[in-house]
Design a protein around this ligand. Structure first.
Ligand code: NZQ
Ligand code: ZN
Length: 385
């Protein structure tokens, strides 16, 4: 097992009715900015529950944070929050609202010239305003990690940042808040969480059987509970299990002491940046090709994944690997998530565009062995056409 440091300070308040506890988690007298998206929280009672819980606090609302949150919008929030001397933020929504709020809290305290440099130049975040979250969409794990992915509309860039200062102080995970999710977002959440696990598991063995089994437990649970969530999106227990899987998939636990890949996410963000394709769908396009392209260097873990998660054990190693990739694709497609670029009317010109961007950005050494270079990215995307 590799050496590691594990740090996760996020307090989780899980279960029905937990929104009512948030006032105990926020400093008395705080001036709060409530951040949310396009209004889903007003249709499902979450907004009312939050406002009720915040009674007695001064609350300023900032709505309209888009899916794939926009730097341009978030900077407006920073401006307003500074003018109103906001000292606590509460993000209520999915990964986009939470990620957007992470950027706001980092930009609030940024001492450089342009907070975009946190993303573009990877300027370190040295402090940030405190914030909590109420999650309404199980998918990203953003509620229990410090990462954030932000889009700049003017340049069509989608970049990420993170660090010790952008963990939420607390996150409420109430499965009932998910009952209004459209099936598309449930499918997206399952595939995003599933891919998060694979990016941290499907690498090479380092004799870390506990981490492997943690990862396989999440994959198997998503495989079982995912289809149930689609069938019955208002079943509390199903949504509770799905929600906790998505959080556990990206809160740092399963990546302790093991190599991680993340090439799929890195490449896939470009498809959202250029075409607005939902994050999870871009992963479903890139991941199968990456598995196939890197099947030699991922061989041992691919065989283990196939055997333990999909029950693949007949045939030669090559046949088992192909059957495993096919099982993964079939799972994504069973959730109504197409896996080819052509399904999204994306063609060769986009691949060329991504290659050019990566050349300009000097992208190199992606993947767990730092062996995926720009020509490999081109191959992988071409395999997804
Ligand atoms: O904006 P509202 O009106 O709230 O509607 C949202 C949005 O339209 C809706 N929604 C959320 N909860 C709902 C609901 N509709 C009905 N009922 C509910 N309970 O769902 C739509 C999508 O929301 P969004 O937050 O964009 O989805 P998701 O949670 O999948 O987040 C995606 C973003 O997270 C980033 C992605 O790149 C993308 O920008 N990621 C963040 C990560 C992280 N911070 O660790 C890791 C991930 O890999 C990912 O990159
Ligand atoms: Zn993701």
């Amino acid at each position: 097992m590799n050496s590691f440091t594990f740090y996760n300070p996020v307090k989780i308040l899980f279960g029905k009715g937990q929104i009512s506890s948030i006032s105990k988690e926020i400093p008395a007298g705080a001036r709060i900015m409530l951040t949310y998206g396009g209004g889903s929280i007003k249709k499902n009672g979450v907004y009312e529950q939050v406002m009720e819980a915040l009674r007695g606090f001064e609350v300023l609302e900032f709505s309209g944070i888009e899916p794939n949150p926009h730097y341009e919008t978030l900077m407006q929030a920073v401006d307003i929050a500074k003018r109103h001397q906001i000292d606590f933020f509460l993000a209520v929504g999915g990964g986009s609202v939470i990620d957007g709020t992470k950027f706001i809290v980092a930009a609030m305290e940024y001492e450089g010239v342009d907070p975009w440099d946190i993303l573009a130049k990877r300027e370190p975040v040295k402090k940030a305003a405190p914030f909590g979250t109420v999650l309404t969409l199980p998918a990203t794990g953003s509620e229990m990690n410090s990462g954030s992915v932000i889009t700049r509309v003017s340049t069509k860039e989608k970049l990420s940042f993170g660090g010790a200062y952008t963990f939420p102080k607390f996150s409420v995970l109430d499965p009932e808040t998910t009952f209004t999710l459209p099936l598309r977002q449930i499918s997206n959440g399952i595939v995003d969480a599933f891919t998060h696990v694979l990016e941290q598991y499907l690498t090479y063995p380092v004799n870390a059987p506990l981490q492997d089994r943690f990862a396989e437990a999440i994959l198997l649970t998503l495989k079982e509970e995912g289809p149930k969530a689609i069938q019955n999106p208002k079943d509390y227990d199903t949504m509770a299990n799905f929600m906790w899987c998505a959080t556990m998939a990206l809160n740092g636990v399963i990546r302790t002491g093991v190599p991680t890949d993340w090439a799929t996410h890195y490449i896939a963000h470009e498809l959202t940046a250029l075409h607005g394709i939902d994050h999870a769908r871009t992963l479903a396009i890139v991941f199968p090709s990456l598995m196939r392209y890197k099947s030699e260097t991922k061989k041992e873990k691919l065989l283990q994944y196939g055997r333990r998660v999909w029950g693949v054990d007949a045939g030669t190693e090559d046949e088992c690997i192909e059957a495993t990739i096919q099982a993964t694709i079939a799972f994504f497609e069973s959730l109504d998530i197409p896996t080819r670029l052509s399904d999204y009317e994306v063609g060769q010109d986009t691949i060329d565009h991504i290659v050019k961007r990566f050349e300009e950005r000097g992208v190199k050494n992606l993947g767990e062995r730092a062996d995926i270079q720009i020509p490999d990215v081109k191959e992988i995307l071409t395999m997804s056409l």
